[in-house]
Design a protein around this ligand. Structure first.
Ligand code: FE2
Length: 262
């Protein structure tokens, strides 16, 4: 089985790149299941119903989120309609015991879990990602596949989480920093990368308009978030699992910059 994970889709140019490249990537890598982090897809913060539905028409199977999960509050009124929206269970606004999405493949379950890290994150999660994971694992079969999008700031926290749960998961993929790391690995049947990067404006500061960021940092002022309109890069990973053991056997990084082809 091949799972394509595309990292944080940022703003309009990120959404355009997703619609353009997703069909190409699915064909090139013979993908069986697509997970996309959409927590920055609506003007850099949150997701809307319109964008959720658009992602589904592009061919996304499951959409994960993060600290900006509910920045566009309208989505909170439509969670029942979003069967493929995996949102962080430890976010302060998440309805209790919801957010994890489960799919079936040849009699085996695949759970997509989105968790918030604790280090330097705002808002602070209501329970630690470790506590959340311990609770969740106690409710499922050890045969099930668990894919985790760990949305956090620090590489150390993500790596520690992977080391703690690698025997229970097929993948722990980091998101949130928008910078792809080169530490991908598979250990004990679990794939890992500290951060998968972003599908967002290449000429930007993590997706944000460059001039605005310089003013903010140089003059120590706070300005309303403005997403760069530059053409997007496409970052993510392809994870391969063994069809018999249902454990990860490979992880491959994807990074397509403007002007590059697959
Ligand atoms: Fe984030």
């Amino acid at each position: 089985m091949k799972i394509l994970f595309l990292a944080d889709v940022v703003g309009k140019s990120g959404r355009a790149a997703l619609s353009k490249y997703l069909p190409l990537l699915k064909q090139e890598y013979q993908i069986d299941f697509v997970i996309v982090n959409g927590e920055n897809s609506a003007h850099g913060k949150g997701i809307t119903m319109r964008i959720y539905n658009a992602f589904k028409t592009y061919g996304v199977d499951c959409i994960t989120l993060g600290n900006h999960a509910f920045s566009k509050r309208e989505i909170l009124d439509h969670l029942d309609e979003c069967a493929d929206l995996a949102y962080p269970n430890n976010h302060p606004l998440t309805p209790a015991h919801q957010g994890i999405r489960t799919y079936g493949f040849d009699g085996v379950k695949l759970h997509v879990v989105n968790v918030l890290g604790k280090s330097f994150m705002s808002p602070e999660p209501v329970v630690s990602p470790f506590e959340l994971m311990d609770q969740f694992l106690s409710t499922i079969s050890s045969e099930d596949m668990v894919f985790v999008d760990f949305h956090g700031e620090t590489t150390a926290e993500k790596r520690a989480f992977f080391e703690c749960y690698k025997q229970n998961c097929i993948a722990v993929v980091g998101t949130h920093t928008h910078v792809q790391t080169a530490d991908e690995m598979v250990d004990e049947g679990c794939a890992f990368i500290s951060d998968a990067g972003m599908v967002g404006p290449y000429q930007s500061v993590l997706g944000r308009e460059i001039k605005q960021c310089i003013i903010m940092m140089k003059e120590n002022v706070s300005l309303r978030y403005r997403v760069s309109e530059a053409e997007a890069m496409v970052c993510g990973v392809v994870i391969t699992t063994d069809d018999t053991t249902h454990r990860a056997i490979a992880i491959e990084r994807i990074q397509i910059r403007p002007g590059e082809s697959l």
